[in-house]
Design a protein around this ligand. Sequence first.
Ligand SMILES: [Zn+2]
Length: 354
Amino acid sequence: MNDRMIISLPISPYDKMSVGRMTTPILGESISKSMNCKFIMAINVLNSYKNKNYSGFINLMNNYNINPNQYWIDNQHVKEMMNQIYILNEMGYICEKEKKIVRCTCGKVEISKDNISTINLKDSLFGIKNDEYYCKFCKSKCVIGNEKVLVFDSKLVDKTNMKFYPDFINKDKTTFDKTVGNNDVVISRNRSTGIIINYKGHKYNLDIDFLWQNYLSLFKEKERIVMCGNHQLYQLYMVGMLEQCFNNNNNTIYLATPYLEQSKDEYALNNRAMSLKVFSLLILKWAKKENTFDKSLLNYINSMNIDKKQMLYDIIIEKIDTTENIIDDLKYVLTKKYNFQNANKELKRRRRNV
Ligand SMILES: [Zn+2]
């Protein structure tokens, strides 16, 4: 193995198969095999108050024969990540400011007025109706007040070295550079988060997301692929900015999987580990932001006998001759190796020669 790793953003554990969700673990494992590097599956349980159990997730991975080199569980590294927060503070990225904070009565909405334009309203509990702010959870109208908060100053981060793949994500990067990347990110919370940071004698509750978003700084490998699903681009961007604070000499690629349309047909892959892997690797077209569910590919894979399917899978994940350039290697693997025409052609050639 080399000085490379592929690591997931910390994933919230789930325990049922779905093609969309399992794309990240399957791709992570396969890319690590193709590129002969370590695969670390990071799991996020810090955000969950009630369910810190991830055994169902690990069982699911075992059932589908997905075997990372390491499971990295965020709540086992709180102390190390807190250290990094204090280092960030010493480096001058964190400071105290008075900000206009928008908040609801239940506490779920707590945002800086400056950041409202950066919020994805579809995925947020925060809403705007008739020019008024409200909470979708408690339905109350939000109030705005001046408060002292801790902020992370994104403007100080050098973002030139942040490389994203697929290429269309660089459009999102440009947008983020102008919004979150050009603003203060409020990182303290009024409610108790269980994580206290002492800032010049004043105690603040630290936002849990901001804590785990520092996790990359705990790893030694110099060349990294950090991957996530397509709905986590904001988190990926934050993780990227924080990595740049600690070390912008690392050669890191931030990879987000394209969107794959959901389909009832995916249940035909239930309990079919090999079919699910082959299907997930071949279905995605990396030049497209949205991919349709290709039922004929599914039927074709399901119709293969197990030996043929195994042979196809082995061809797809065959180790490549890696180069000095991790992004070229990754592009080659995703577009040339995980490619139905190429893999199927090679399968036919080898079966003729048996
Ligand atoms: Zn609320």
